[in-house]
Design a protein around this ligand. Structure first.
Ligand SMILES: *Cc1c(COP(=O)(O)O)cnc(C)c1O
Length: 409
């Protein structure tokens, strides 16, 4: 990569300090990206600054023509944000990462930065409702055609991808019903149609699924979920290769302003250090609860990618290293009965967030997916008796007991 293309603030790796072997992602999660100031602080510094100063006018001029590594403005880049970006890129195994103010800022910019009027985007139909609004209401206003495809149907994907396509957007597992899309199958078809494949990897987290290794080109996150994992800040990230990030994403990002606050980036940077352990524990708690619910007499069905009753269990097992931290299930009974059960929980909180250390339950039809029309909700399988449980870090015995007493009391 030519020096002139390096964005503001990216420093070359320090020679002499990096080991000459490839570090494990868990080691990267603790060490990657750290840039110490002259004080030699152990923990990464928080650079709460919007702007930067220059030694002289020439240095400022050079910084703007991208010839020297000097930060110019925190809308473009910031040292604390850069530490978070480098660390997440190292964990993901991506060439570059750009942090954003929220997951939706990441999602919107990931598509809007490459699609123009007249372009076609194909997406899996089951997805987070704000992503659905962006794809079906906002982008079409600017002349972008969006086609939604049933995520698990290879024939439909093949048919949709016979025409030239700019981008393919997939969410797997999907929120809230945890449908699985075969990332490799879709990536192969998409590439033949000339499309860039963007994966919303929020539900799996960087710990349990590596879309780039499966053939995807771009990964996006809501860092609000497992990356923070403690319910504190909003954030997002887009990861990809040089061509995508430099030629498409950054020119859009720098001038439209979805930059993250350095404070939020610092919180997320420190969260990455414990993410692997948190997600693994949440994943094993979720597995235990999903197995319990799978045979529960008060439940019609359970969707959890880590149990054999999941319709795409085989694909889930081949592309994820765990079933994830979220479970969806349908209560036997109507909405009133479903609300009754939610209201009886003592440990699990009613909240629409997910990926948190606290276990959270939500009724998607009346909250997170309320914005969708009843027809779209029905198509996605989100009935009035469906609940989504995000399993946290509490001891699983208390979570099982809480669920059990809510059904029986
Ligand atoms: C939460 C979420 C988003 C949006 O992230 P925000 O940080 O809330 O903007 C996008 N996709 C999925 C799958 C999500 O769960």
């Amino acid at each position: 990569m030519s020096h002139a293309h390096r964005p503001w603030g990216y420093q070359p790796p320090e020679e002499g300090h990096s080991p000459d072997w490839k570090l494990h992602p868990q080691t990267e999660a603790i060490r990657a990206g750290t840039e110490r100031s002259g004080f030699g602080e152990t923990s990464e510094a928080m650079y709460l600054t919007s702007g930067f100063t220059y030694d002289n006018a020439e240095q400022a001029e050079h910084a703007f023509i991208d010839e020297v590594d000097h930060y110019v403005y925190s809308r473009f880049a910031n040292p604390t944000v850069a530490m978070f970006e480098k660390r997440l890129a190292a964990i993901e195994g991506a060439e570059f990462c750009v942090a954003t103010a929220s997951g939706m800022a990441a999602m919107f910019a990931s598509v809007a930065s490459i699609a123009s009027a007249g372009d076609r985007v194909v997406a899996s139909a089951s997805m987070f409702s704000s992503c659905h609004v962006v794809l079906t209401e906002i982008l079409p206003r600017w002349g972008i055609t969006v086609e939604l495809v049933k995520g698990n149907d290879e024939k439909t994907w093949a048919a949709a991808l016979t025409q030239p396509t700019k981008a393919v957007f997939i969410e797997t597992p999907s929120n809230p019903l945890l449908e699985i899309v075969d990332i490799k199958m879709v990536s192969d078809l998409a590439h033949k149609a000339g499309a860039i494949v963007i994966v919303d990897n929020v539900m799996a987290s960087p710990v349990l699924q590596k879309p780039l290794e499966l053939g995807a080109d771009v990964v996006m996150y809501s860092a609000t979920k497992h990356i923070d994992g403690q319910g504190r800040v909003l954030g997002g990230a887009v990861l990809g290769n040089f061509e995508y990030i430099y030629e498409h994403f950054l020119p859009f990002f720098r001038h439209t302003g979805p930059a993250i606050s350095p404070f939020n980036a610092w919180v997320l940077l420190k969260s990455l250090e414990t993410m692997e352990m948190r997600v693994q524990r949440m994943n094993s708690n979720a597995q235990e609860i999903a197995e319990y619910l799978d045979s529960h007499e008060n439940i019609n069905w359970v969707r959890y990618p880590g149990i054999g009753s999941h319709p795409q269990f085989k694909i889930a097992r081949s592309q994820m290293s765990g079933g994830g931290t979220t479970i969806s299930f349908e209560i036997k009974g109507d909405q009133k009965r479903t609300f009754e059960i939610m209201n009886k929980l003592h440990v699990i909180d009613i909240s629409n967030n997910l990926g948190d250390s606290k276990s959270l339950i939500t009724h998607p039809a009346s909250t997170t997916h309320r914005r969708l029309s009843p027809e779209v909700r029905a198509e996605m399988g989100i009935t009035e008796s469906v609940l989504r449980l995000s399993v946290g870090l509490e001891h699983p015995s208390d979570l099982l007991r809480d669920i059990d007493q809510a059904f029986t009391s």
